[in-house]
Design a protein around this ligand. Structure first.
Ligand code: IPD
Length: 284
């Protein structure tokens, strides 16, 4: 079989560029942590944006567009400014400049740059840089997942009673949604499972599953830029990524289960109550 990372790999340069750009973005974020930031509210008082999110996204887009002018781009802050978030067959970069903006605002040390790359709607590259921890997670389809050059492997845990779960309260503060989110957590903790943790970054929660530090991550209400890179990192680490129903994962559906085994992923799908959200590619 041809080595996909060899000279014949059409996307080798894309991976190198993504790592380089993620490193530059991380440096900007770490520098910005030293000063005060202006925080603006997006969809809810818990959905924040800063000038750093906007500046970092501009820098990433500018670098990628210069290298790959024919490619398409979906970026969190561009979509917030009205750009479409439609995934086509064209090579497409999906970017979250600062995943964990609330963490960034509070200097809670889980802040990531997330860059995913899709071709024909299939994930080819995932790069996530946890800049305060200086951890660079990378994956190339069919070539494994790595953190700072060390190969990643999920825990393989297949018993939910022995599982550590990561999830989020999310940024929606509608009382009914908060009630459903908490009731899902209550069900899972009373199985009983080993516990629930929350890092405040969907991308880093998924990297935690890929690294074997947690066994399951699930969330509803997140966006394609939160999971585009991380989904590949989890599957390349031997994990399973499914829709919250237990069916095939759909990047634009705003929900995900990432797990150490199919058995625990399916169990989460059985237990949780689905919270409906408009898809990312749905007309607003
Ligand atoms: C947020 C984080 C968080 C998740 C929110 C996301 P952002 O991303 O990933 O973990 O619960 O739903 O919006 O806004 O910091 O890029």
């Amino acid at each position: 079989m041809a080595n996909k990372c060899g000279p014949s790999d059409p996307w080798k340069e894309c991976l190198e560029v993504a790592i380089d750009v993620a490193q530059k973005a991380g440096a900007i974020i770490c520098e910005a942590l030293k000063s005060e930031h202006t925080v603006q509210i997006k969809s809810s008082p818990a959905d924040l944006v800063t000038e750093t999110d906007q500046n970092v996204e501009k820098m990433i887009l500018c670098n990628l567009k210069e290298k790959f002018p024919s490619h398409s781009f979906i970026g969190e802050e561009s979509v917030a400014d009205g750009a479409p978030s439609i995934l086509t067959d064209n090579p497409t970069w999906i970017i979250d400049p600062v995943d964990g903006t609330t963490n960034f605002v509070h200097r809670f040390p889980f802040v990531a740059v997330s860059i995913g790359f899709y071709v024909n709607k299939q994930s080819e590259i995932g790069v996530i840089y946890s800049c305060m921890e200086d951890k660079m997670y990378t994956a190339r389809r069919g070539q494994g997942a790595f953190c700072n050059g060390h190969q990643l492997s999920v825990s393989g845990q297949d018993n939910i009673s022995k599982a550590l779960i990561v999830t989020e309260l999310g940024s929606n503060r509608s009382p009914e949604i908060v009630k459903s989110v908490l009731s899902n957590m209550e069900k899972l903790i009373l199985i009983p499972s080993h516990g629930i943790r929350t890092l405040g970054s969907a991308a880093l929660n998924m990297c935690m599953v890929a690294s074997g530090g947690a066994d399951i991550y699930y969330e509803m209400g997140i966006h394609c830029w939160d999971m585009a890179a991380a989904a590949l990192i989890v599957t390349e680490a031997g994990g399973v990524v499914l829709d919250i129903t237990g069916e095939a994962f759909d990047l634009m559906s705003r929900r995900v289960i990432a797990a150490s085994s199919k058995a625990v992923a399916k169990r989460i799908a059985q237990e949780v109550q689905i919270i409906p959200y408009l898809r990312d590619d749905q007309e607003k």
